[in-house]
Write a protein that binds this ligand. Structure first.
Ligand code: SF4
Ligand code: SF4
Length: 179
């Protein structure tokens, strides 16, 4: 009797749907799975590292690297919202579980390094130009002690009235001589 019951259970299970649900392979849009960084945009300012409540992010400016410990990340999105270059985003997939604490390290791209150097150079040039303009303005307002006085402008050309007055004076002088 038990054998008949066993066989009927086997046959029933062979032709029935599984009792388990299929795991969704696609995550819905907006899922906070993990943090991704576009190293073409990242300027290694370190703001994400400062804002992260769990200290999951490390920025090494000397090595030009950005690192994250996914196991420490609580997917709060604080770093993404505070990144000034919008290089951070939330990827859909969750971190795979594992026995070790993983640290993912990414190197700043050559493109980002070049862009950052160009920006710094432009900023330095602007600062130098501003300092030079400020110094020139200060020099005009108050000449430095011991500095040579500004050269007087060359005699301007006589105006028409001055020419008439000079001619009249000359004529009066010659009249006096004739007397
Ligand atoms: S990811 Fe954004 S906030 Fe973090 S270091 Fe890079 S630029 Fe700065
Ligand atoms: S999502 Fe939150 S916890 Fe994760 S790295 Fe960004 S700031 Fe830190």
């Amino acid at each position: 009797m038990a054998m008949v019951s066993f066989k009927s259970t086997v046959i029933k299970n062979l032709f029935s749907k599984p009792k388990t649900r299929k795991v969704e392979k696609e995550f819905p849009a907006g899922t906070r799975g993990h943090v991704e960084n576009d190293m073409d945009l990242c300027i290694l300012c370190g703001l994400c590292s400062i804002k992260c409540p769990t200290h999951a992010i490390t920025v090494d400016k000397n090595e030009k690297t950005w690192s994250i410990r996914p196991m420490s990340c609580i997917q709060c999105r604080c770093c993404v919202d505070n990144c000034p270059k919008k290089s951070l985003s939330m990827g859909l997939r969750f971190q795979e579980p594992g026995p070790e604490k993983v640290t993912r390290t990414f190197k700043q791209s050559e493109k980002a390094i070049a862009a950052q150097e160009a920006l710094m150079k432009a900023a330095k040039e602007r600062a130098a130009a501003a300092a030079a303009a400020k110094a020139a303005a200060a020099g005009n307002a108050a000449p430095a002690a011991g500095a040579a006085p500004a050269a007087k402008p060359a005699n301007p050309a006589p105006t028409g009235a001055q020419q008439v007055a000079a001619a009249a004076a000359k004529a009066a002088e010659s009249e006096k001589k004739d007397e």
